[in-house]
Design a protein around this ligand. Sequence first.
Ligand SMILES: [Fe+2]
Length: 219
Amino acid sequence: MKRVQILAGLVTAVLAIMLVGCGTVNEATETAVANAQPSSNDQIEISYTTPAQQEGPYYPVDKPADRDNDLTVLNGAAGGPAGDVIEFGGTLYDRNGRAIPNATIEIWQTDANGVYQHPDDPSTAQRDMNFQFYGEAMTDENGAYSFRTVFPGEYEPRPRHIHFKVKLNGETLITSQFYFASDNSGQPAPLIITLTPGEDAAGNTIQTGQRDIILNVAP
Ligand SMILES: [Fe+2]
C-alpha cells in the first residue's frame, strides 16, 4: 500500500484519538464531497482524498469462488443471507479528479450478526452460510463501481464497517473502510456512507448509498 501524504494536521489530530480495533486511522486528508459525474475524459474538482485505514485482521485467507459484486447471492447456498440488503456505489477518481476505469475494488465484511468468514474470528463457525462475505467490483469506463450486500453487524468495539481495497494492474492503491452515517462513528467524512430508502433493480425497497473514492495517486 502506498502511504498517502498527510495534508490536514487538524483532521489528523482528531483522528489520532480514534485508534480502535482494526479501524486504527493512520492517514487522513481533507474532508468534503465530490460533486460531478464525469465521462471518462472529464475532470472533476476534487475536494477530498479518501483516507487509508488499517486492513484489520480479517482479510480473507480463502476468497470464495463466487466473488462478484453481489454478496447477497452465493452460488450453491440454500438461500439468501439474513439482514437488511443495501446497495452502494460511486466513482473512483485519481488526485487530478479523473475517473479511474478498470480498477478492482474489493470489499470484505461481517454478516448481519457481526461474524467474519475467517479462521481467526472465534465465532466463524456460526457465520451465515448464505452470505458471500467478500466481493469484487471492476470500475467501468467512467470509473463507476457498485455493490449489493447486507448491512454489516456490529462486533465490539468497532462501529459497523465494510473493509475495502482498490487495486489497479495488481498494485494495491489504498486499503480502508467504509462506515455508515447511522452509526455516528466519528470516522472521517470521506469514508461515511449515508443510506436512504431506495429501490433495487427488482423493485424491492432497500437502503442505498453513494460514496466516491478519491485516491491521492495519478496512475
Ligand atoms: Fe473489521
